[in-house]
Design a binder for this molecule. Structure first.
Ligand SMILES: Cc1cc2nc3c(=O)[nH]c(=O)nc-3n(C[C@H](O)[C@H](O)[C@H](O)COP(=O)(O)OP(=O)(O)OC[C@H]3O[C@@H](n4cnc5c(N)ncnc54)[C@H](O)[C@@H]3O)c2cc1C
Length: 477
């Protein structure tokens, strides 16, 4: 029998997972990627000779499929990821808390972690215990979705616990603030972390760049197995033909029995426009941004832990929510701190406002050339100050919270914002299935039907699922 031919569009984590799973099952796969770097929204970037990522990521022990696929393409997750026990640790000052789950079997690890936690009152601890036991009793499920804020209010959570634990957890996991985030999805994340085996609740920090962590190895593995990988090939259109699909990029057109669109939803919309307008329209999501602020200090700078939570308060220009000491993960990055701002629309708004100011310049056209010149110079200056001020504000926040004045003046800094990092994970979202109504046309990606938010694991699971769907359909045909 001739092998099933499949085109996978997009070498993000979903596309790479689908391509690996299909190839393992004997399909003949061609992977198209528009850019020159694999990994999509979890990828390496080069900045002035420094290897960074498009954003600091964190994985969980519960990321079963991601860890399995990493092994399948010859990687050793234990070497590439630092495994930390479940924790929510703030810098050692009077404002925060320190919760570190000991290495005991679940749920003892959580019980002991909460009992020993510093910075929480008895009322906070009881409130946390009440929430965990009620959620466990409910099977971490809700019949009717609501916002996370409503869920927390329903379980009488204390203000301090919400501020120090639930809010940061919700924003980190769902990239959506509790006032707008889906309680159902939040509970699913908690089920696979707080409610699962101890190892599942571990936090895994990448020691390498994100492309090396899986996509690059997946591509090498695919090529060794006879698969075709076309980097720098943006697919412009897909068309159904007699017995499958024609995929056209600027460089070529080819025919396949199946096509998997494994791009982010907005790019899937473009590819689907001519084939299925309604499906394309149904992928119109709202998005949330994530900003990662990289700050380089002297190599001797070291935080008390590889990862710390920070108290964010946009009112007082404290944007940072978590800080990662990259030097503790990779010797080559000694002194590099990565500060994450999830759901970073407000922080980004700062920079956007200056662009609006710059947009006023044509109105000055009536003034004399000299005045226009002066005004534009002033506008440019304001723009630079505000754009830089996000990094400067984060550096100030670190210096203050960690009581290390030298952190106010990094050697260099770089803020990277992914404007459409993830879909806004709101209640009752309608997410599409991996199967479409068109034979041989499939979707994969972090946005497809799942009880997970937009995550690496959600993307990988959808890739694995689409491969099983295709192979199932080939058997039944
Ligand atoms: C800054 C940031 C921080 C995050 N933090 C975390 C975290 O801590 N933990 C976590 O689990 N998740 C995190 N996420 C989410 C996670 O990165 C994503 O959910 C996941 O990477 C999505 O993978 P994907 O394969 O579904 O899509 P994508 O990564 O978007 O991959 C799609 C690929 O398709 C390619 N493509 C698009 N159009 C075409 C075309 N026409 N032809 C060919 N190729 C095309 C793109 O170039 C891209 O490579 C974060 C995301 C961001 C942006």
């Amino acid at each position: 029998m001739r092998p099933t031919t499949v085109a996978v569009i997009g070498a993000g984590w979903a596309g790479c997972a689908a391509a690996v799973a299909l190839t393992r099952a004997g399909a003949k796969v061609t992977l198209y990627e528009a850019t020159r770097t694999a990994g999509g929204r979890a990828r390496r970037i080069d900045y002035q000779g420094h290897t960074l990522d498009n954003g600091q990521h964190i994985l969980l022990g519960a990321y079963r499929e991601s860890l399995r696929l990493m092994q399948q393409v010859g990687l050793q997750p234990s070497q590439l990821l630092m495994r930390l026990p479940l924790q929510m640790r703030y810098p050692d000052n009077e404002e925060g808390m320190d919760l570190l789950a000991p290495r005991l079997p679940a749920p003892l690890h959580l019980v002991m972690g909460v009992l020993r936690a510093k910075g929480l009152s008895l009322a906070d601890k009881l409130s946390l215990a009440r929430f965990s036991s009620a959620a466990r009793w409910m099977g971490w499920q809700l019949n009717q979705d609501c916002t996370v804020a409503e869920l927390l209010a329903r379980f009488d959570q204390t203000d301090r616990l919400i501020k120090l634990m639930w809010r940061p957890l919700c924003i980190a996991a769902l990239n959506t603030p509790p006032e707008r985030a889906s309680a159902k999805v939040f509970l699913a994340v908690l089920r696979d972390s707080l409610g699962a085996r101890r190892a599942a609740s571990d936090m895994l920090l990448p020691r390498t760049d994100l492309s090396t962590l899986f996509p690059d190895a997946a591509i090498s593995w695919l090529q060794k197995q006879g698969g075709t990988v076309m980097m720098g090939h943006r697919v412009n259109s897909i068309h159904a033909d007699d017995a499958g699909w024609t995929i056209s990029s600027e460089q070529r057109s080819d025919h396949y029995q199946h096509v998997v669109i494994a791009t982010a939803p907005m790019h899937a919309q473009t590819l689907l426009k001519d084939t299925d307008h309604a499906l394309s329209e149904s992928l119109s999501f709202d998005y949330e941004a994530i900003t990662t602020c990289y700050l380089q200090y002297a190599p001797t700078v070291r935080l008390p832990a590889p990862m710390l939570a920070l108290i964010d308060d946009p009112e007082s220009q404290r944007w940072g929510q978590f800080v990662f000491d990259r030097g503790q993960l990779d010797d080559k990055q000694a002194g590099l701190l990565a500060v994450v701002i999830s759901a970073s629309g407000t922080a980004k708004g700062n920079a956007e406002r200056t662009k609006e100011v710059a947009g006023l310049s044509p109105e000055l056209a009536g003034l004399s050339q000299e005045l226009v010149g002066l005004a534009s110079a002033k506008i440019k200056q304001t723009q630079q100050t505000t754009v830089q001020s996000l990094e400067a504000a984060v550096a100030q926040q670190l210096a203050h919270d960690l009581r290390l004045p030298e952190l106010a003046t990094p050697v260099w800094s770089k803020a990277i914002t992914e404007k459409r990092a993830t879909f806004a994970c709101v209640p009752d979202m309608q997410r599409p299935s991996t199967a479409t109504t068109h034979p041989g046309l499939w979707l994969a990606g972090d946005y497809t039907e799942s009880d997970y938010p937009a995550t690496i694991e959600g993307a990988v699971r959808s890739g694995v699922k689409v491969a099983a769907d295709i192979l199932g359909s080939a058997v039944s045909a």
